[in-house]
Design a protein around this ligand. Structure first.
Ligand code: PLP
Length: 395
């Protein structure tokens, strides 16, 4: 720290929609000597986490772990499943679905992108129609983002599965739940998802650095025919090593200690309780936004995200200037508006290891920041959230 920098007492409020704050117990679990990743001690850890992860994805099938951010797991999902020129159906829910689509183009695939204005979620009827229109059955997969982190919209994956079934189409279903996993209900096997993509730094409450592919038998079979080049991402390379608790290259050993501890925390609280906590905090946040007289990015009341709330700033009010004020005055990071929403929206993350008082602290920082930034709003949002939290305390 140089002489011009202030020391800031207390804890930084990391209220972006991931990375999320890492619990003490997870930090301590990672504070271990680095170990031999080909030795017996690691093998026990490897076997344990590969097995325990299945419960979080609700799958009996394999979950591959990459030493990479979520973008790596996106690439793994595409590279293992497709051949150059394959047609895939993607859905523009926001910035992250757009990035995934751009990646598909770069990899030589032909995505068809169902467009939206980023204020809603996946309309499964449009997927059904596109699949019905595909008489030659040349669309290889439907790829959707479960929780669109750029907007705060959680799409209904079960409805997408039903649409594929209703069209009686053989397309695979690929789902990005990088920010949804362990925050919102997610069922890889029950929804017959073929590849689920996720990451460590959101609901799993770990630092960034590892990411995942949960894979169905159908996707594994498709990978045998898939011709896109791959090595680092190859499921085939992983399978024999994972069977013994090992990896084909050096894994992120200390993050795996953290993963082991993080899954314990989730199981101790109970996944359903974790989801309910996220829903309740999201509902409290929306009370605040409504009382401030501001608009959420999500316009569909059925699809508000339990992970984050995207908030539109009124016309002419720079959301990033507001965020900079909140950071400077109250040491709190809020999520920036991404892509089309740059400068027009900010995002309040309420995911991972947070409780009622964390949320009230965060909302009070937003409310004070709105005043300091001169953003027109009504007072009382934090109070409205507090009323809701008090009324539902213990629920
Ligand atoms: N998909 C979603 C929904 C995300 O929220 C993110 C990151 O925030 C990504 C993909 C990209 O993941 P990463 O930044 O870890 O590479």
């Amino acid at each position: 720290m140089n002489a011009n920098e202030r020391r800031r007492a207390g804890r930084h409020f990391l209220q972006i929609p991931g990375p999320s704050p890492v619990p003490e117990r997870v930090m301590r679990a990672m504070d271990m000597p680095v170990l031999d990743h080909r030795g017996p001690e690691f093998q026990k850890l490897g076997k344990r986490v590969l097995q325990k992860l299945k419960g979080v994805f609700k799958t009996e099938g394999p979950v591959f772990i990459y030493p990479a951010s979520g973008t790596g797991a996106w690439e793994a999902a595409l590279a293992n499943t497709f051949s150059p020129g394959d047609r895939i159906l993607m859905y523009e829910t926001g910035h992250f679905s757009t990035l995934w689509k751009n990646m598909a183009i770069k990899l030589g695939l032909q995505p068809e992108f169902i467009p939206t204005d980023w204020r809603g979620g996946v309309d499964a009827s449009l997927i059904e129609r596109a699949l019905r229109d595909d008489r030659e059955r040349s669309i290889k997969a439907v790829c959707v983002v479960h929780n669109e982190t750029s907007t705060g919209v959680t799409s209904r994956i079960a409805e997408v599965r039903d649409a594929i079934d209703a069209a009686d189409h053989p397309a695979l279903l690929l789902v990005d739940t990088i920010s949804g996993l362990a925050c919102a209900d997610y069922r890889h096997d029950e929804w017959r998802v073929d590849v689920t993509v996720s990451g460590s730094q959101k609901g799993l409450m770990l630092p960034p650095g590892i990411s995942f592919n949960a894979v169905s038998a159908k996707a594994l079979a498709a990978s045998k025919q898939a011709k896109l080049p791959r090595l680092f991402w190859s499921w085939e390379e992983m399978i024999p090593h994972n069977a013994n608790g090992f990896f084909p290259y050096t894994p992120a050993t200390n993050l795996l200690y953290g993963l082991d501890a993080a899954i314990d925390l989730l199981n101790e609280e109970g996944l359903d309780a974790v989801f309910a906590r996220h829903e309740r905090h999201a509902a409290a946040t929306r009370r605040a936004v409504e009382a401030w007289g501001l608009e959420t990015v999500c316009r569909d009341p059925r699809l508000h995200s339990p992970v984050l709330t995207g908030v539109m700033t009124p016309e002419g009010c720079d959301a990033d200037r507001f965020r900079a004020i909140v950071l400077d005055k109250f040491d709190m990071s809020l999520g920036t508006g991404l892509g089309k929403l740059a400068g027009k929206a900010f995002r309040i993350g309420h995911l991972g290891d947070i409780n009622d008082l964390t949320l009230v602290g965060a909302l009070s920082g937003v409310e004070m920041g709105l005043t300091l930034a001169g953003i027109p709003h009504k007072a009382g949002g934090t109070q409205a959230a507090m009323d809701y939290l008090r009324e539902t305390a213990g629920n």
